[in-house]
Structures are given as C-alpha cells and as structure tokens.
Write a protein that binds this ligand. Structure first.
Ligand SMILES: C[S@@+](CC[C@H](N)C(=O)[O-])C[C@H]1O[C@@H](n2cnc3c(N)ncnc32)[C@H](O)[C@@H]1O
Length: 530
C-alpha cells in the first residue's frame, strides 16, 4: 500500500467502513483531502492520527459555517494536487471556509492544513515552540501556531497584510459582544445616513490615489465614505482594526476593479462596472462572520497554559530580524514571494490608500525596493545586477536568460535577468539571516515553486536548497506538495517570446531544512523568541 490512499484503501487501513471514514473526513475529524470528487488520505497522517498525535479537534475547522469566496484570485491552471509525505495541499482555497483564515483571501497564501501538518511533524508533542514566519502574509502560520499552543512571530512588509495578520492574531482577546453591538450600531447609523440623502461624508477619497478608472462608482463611493466616517470615529484600537480589516477584505467586491488574478479594471476583464451596491450589508456580513470566528479561536487558544503569544513586525524581515534573539527559533514555516513577479504592492494599492496606510505613491517605491526579490518593474532598467552567490549553474542560467530577446531591452532577457539575480541574492540573504535565528537542530520549511522566465526554467526550489546548504543548513527533504498542469514556457513572463514550444511542468515544493546541531552562541541562557 502506497503513501496516498483512496477512500476504500484508507478505510481498510484504519479498519472502518468507507461510509464511516467518508463521514469523518467530511466532518473534518480525520486528516484527508478532497481531490475533485474523490477523497485522498496520507497513510502517515492517518498513522499519526491513530496514534493520538493528531486530535480530531484539529480538523474541526472543516465544519465552520459559511465561506468567503476570494475575488477570483486563484491560479486557474491547477490540475490536481495530492498530499505528499504527510503534508496536505498548500492551496489557499482550503482556507476559505476556516475560522479566521477566511477573513482575508491573500494571493499565494498557503493552506492552514499544510502549516498544521508542518507544526505537528516538528513539534511531536513538545510545547511551546517558537515559530517564525518571516513573510507572514495574512498570518496563516501565526494563527496555526497559536492554535497549537506555540509562540509565534512574523514579519510582513505589506501594510494591509500586516494589519490583517495583527488583527487576526490578537483576536482571542476581543470582546465579541462589544463587536457585535458595534456592528449593529454601524448598520443602523450608517444605513440611516445613506438613506437620508442629505448626509454629506466628512471623509474624502484619498488624494494621492490615482487609478485608471474611478475605483468606486459615485453611489458606492458615498457609502464607503460614510463608512469611513464611522470607522475613523472609533477610538478603540482593536475595534478599528477589525473594521478596517473587514472593509479591506470586501472593498474590491463593490469596486470597478477585480482580481484576474492581478488587480485590473472590470471593464478590462469584460465585466460591467458596479454602479451601486449595499456596502453596509456586505460589511455587516463580514463582521458577523468575524464575530463567530473570534469565539471559535478564543476557545482554541485560551485552554493553553502558558497562553501562547504572537508578535507581528510590520517591517521587512531583512531590516527587522535583529529583533529576534539569535538561536531562538525552533521552527520556521514560510512561503516567500515566488519568482513570478506577482505584485503584492500594486494589487493592494487601494487598500493602503483608502485605509490610511499611505498618502503618496512615492511611499510605494521604498516598499518595493525592500520587498523580497524586489520586482521586475523596480530593477529591469537599472545597471546589471550581479549574482553575489557562488553558484555556477545559476550564474550560467542567468547569462542564458540575459541573452534572450536582447532587442527588447529591459522588456527582454536583460530586464528579467536583473529581476532573477535580485531574487536569488535575496534567497541567499534569507538563508544567512535565518541561520542566525534558528535554534540548534531547528527546522525550516519553505514552500516555493519553479518558474519560467522568457522561456528559461528556474528550479527555484533546488537553487534555494543549495544556497541554504552552502550557508550551513542540512537539506532534509524536498517534498513535492503541489503539481499543476503543464504550462508552456512563456508562463510567468509578461513578455511573450513565443519561441519555446516545450511544455514544462509547474510544481511547488516544501523545502525542509535543518539548522546545524551546534551553533555558536554568545551566551547560553539568552531569552527565547519573541
Ligand atoms: C507568498 S506570500 C506569504 C503568504 C502567507 N504564507 C499567507 O498564508 O498569508 C509572501 C509575502 O511576503 C511579503 N514580503 C515580501 N517581501 C518581504 C520582506 N522583505 N519582509 C517581509 N515580508 C515580505 C509579501 O508582502 C507577501 O505577503
């Protein structure tokens, strides 16, 4: 019997009927994964579950009500995904019906189920560990760490993702009754002002925000501004954070923009503009969902003694890593930006401007330059960016890329090679920084995919593993956690070269690394973690 089992094989394995196992899996009481219409089970995950290593409560998130659909942000080309080596599927779609994780859909966020597996595998009953996510996104790793009773620390450079992450990790302390009352007050008061027709919002559209098409239609914009009046009058910090996170989560849905998967005008995607919408009802629904989730999360976290803590630093990992005690991190689970130039910053410009996080476009520039790998737009036209790491294969591949489509200047190989060089330099910086922070023998799990730029394939996962090894990590295993439909080689490059007909398989790997067993530490009883 192999590692991946179908329903009847898994039922035979744990000696129950297929119906019983199907019922348990649907209720989220055993670890399993729906692949199309079929269930798949990982034998080792079932073994852990049988031996009591995985409590049934861990999967109870499956039964959370509702589910928020992300605004079309998923990659369309996923063909199938199987749980490999005990890790469940990394796709964020998993999170859309899970308490807390469903608050904000985040492109390239990974699944809470995957993080859950990574934590179980490494913790093996030990608690509390210190768990770090240097590219925290909307906090999937931090939330799962807290749910397991571990202390969590994260870094996130994008202010909207950082807000969402901070708001979520603090949720166990929120006054749900107070939030429910505030949501009801919002619905009552703002609906009345909207209806009155004569109410003029105090808030104004952010002056620094320039968009190709009006972001909101006039009728929607008035409702958003009256909503902002209400939120800005709120003096309680956490309450304001919850409302702002909620508004950010739903605002694109009633705007004239959509995710395809990047943010673009609805008109450009052949969709009609949203001329009017019931903003209050949409936001109220979101807030109600959040109230429900806060209650569930508080129950999960409050039972632990000591109570786990979390800290989110809204700065670049490379700038902020000094805030973490060297040698203090037991487990790092993360997914850095991929080498696919997905522009997190451009795609959240509306959130940052409308929610008062930035006032001028110039503020975006600094953020782009500090982002992992920067972006193609940031580095394509500058002088040649040298690869600073000693890796002959990578160096040769970059030279090949640099020669592609020379006539296109920064839009050809030159520009993309600059981007790739900046990216791999940051991979190395990540390994160097992380090595300092890891406890002796600590585990690092990095989810990363391969990429194709101008027809040149980069085995980004393998290169990252090799750079880590050169810095002193042991490569424990390369778990292939996701396969996607084969794509042709122009995928992920915004310039269509059309010269390469070869089909290339896209995949995602969880690169598992182990820090050296002995690290040189300045003092022996340094304070731990956060
Ligand atoms: C693949 S996403 C991580 C998503 C996360 N795993 C989740 O489930 O929400 C990568 C994240 O890294 C952030 N990021 C990029 N450069 C960064 C840096 N230098 N320091 C901290 N965060 C950074 C991006 O804003 C993005 O949210």
């Amino acid at each position: 019997m192999g590692e991946v089992l179908n329903l009847s094989e898994a039922a035979a394995f744990i000696r129950v009927s297929a119906k019983t196992l199907g019922d348990l899996a649907r209720a989220g009481k055993v670890p399993g994964q729906k692949v199309g219409r079929e269930w798949r089970f990982s034998r080792s995950a079932l073994e852990r579950w049988l031996s009591g290593g995985t409590s049934s409560a861990a999967y109870a998130g499956n039964t959370d009500p509702g589910g928020v659909r992300a605004s079309g942000v998923r990659e369309p080309d996923v063909q199938y995904a199987l749980p490999f080596a005990g890790f469940r599927d990394t796709a964020f779609t998993e999170n859309r019906d899970r308490a807390l994780h469903r608050w904000v859909p985040w492109i390239a966020g990974y699944s809470c189920a995957f993080v859950d597996d990574a934590i179980r595998k490494v913790a093996d009953g030990r608690r509390p560990l210190t768990i770090l996510d240097p590219f925290a996104g909307v906090g999937t790793t931090l939330i799962e760490s807290l749910k397991h009773g571990h202390n969590a620390v994260g870094f996130e450079i994008n202010p909207y993702a950082a807000l969402a992450c901070r708001t979520k990790v603090g949720a166990a302390d929120y006054d749900v009754a107070g939030l429910r009352a505030k949501a009801a007050e919002y619905a009552r008061e703002v609906s009345a002002r909207i209806r009155s027709g004569s109410a003029v919002p105090v808030s104004a559209p952010p002056p620094g925000f320039v968009s190709r098409a009006p972001f909101f239609s006039p009728a929607v914009e008035r409702q958003v501004l009256l909503t902002l009046d209400f939120i800005r009058a709120e003096t309680e910090g956490w309450m304001s954070d919850v409302f702002r996170t909620a508004l950010g989560s739903v605002m694109v849905s009633f705007s004239n923009y959509s995710y395809e998967p990047s943010l673009g005008t609805r008109a450009g995607a052949n969709k009609p503009n949203i001329l009017d919408a019931d903003v209050v009802a949409v936001l109220r629904r979101k807030l109600d969902e959040m109230c429900e989730d806060i209650r569930i999360f508080a129950e999960q976290v409050n039972g632990f003694e000591p109570r786990p803590t979390a800290a989110l630093h809204p700065v670049s990992y490379f700038d902020g890593a000094g805030r973490i005690a060297p040698g203090s991190v037991d487990l790092l689970v993360t997914s850095p930006p991929y080498l696919n130039n997905y522009h997190y910053i451009r795609n959240t410009r509306p959130h940052m401007f409308w929610l008062d996080m930035i006032a001028a476009p110039s503020e975006l520039k600094a953020m782009e330059q500090k982002s992992f790998g920067q972006f193609w737009q940031t580095v394509r036209s500058g002088p040649e960016i040298p690869l600073v790491v000693d890796h002959p294969e990578l160096r040769a591949l970059l030279a090949t890329l640099r020669r592609r489509n020379r006539e296109k200047g920064p839009y050809g190989g030159e520009g993309w090679a600059n981007y790739a060089a900046a990216y791999f330099n940051d991979c190395d910086r990540f390994c160097e920084t992380t090595l300092r922070l890891m406890a002796p023998g600590g585990t690092v799990v990095v989810v990363i995919g391969n990429n194709i730029l101008q027809g040149v394939e980069f085995a980004t996962d393998r290169f990252l593993a090799e750079l880590a090894q050169a810095r002193g990590f042991e490569v424990v295993e390369m778990h292939e956690v996701r396969r996607k439909r084969t794509g042709n080689s122009i995928v992920n490059s915004s310039v269509r070269v059309g010269t390469v007909q070869r089909k290339t398989r896209l995949y995602e790997t969880a690169v598992e690394l182990r820090a050296p067993a002995f690290t040189i530490r300045a003092e022996s009883n340094r304070p731990r973690g956060v």
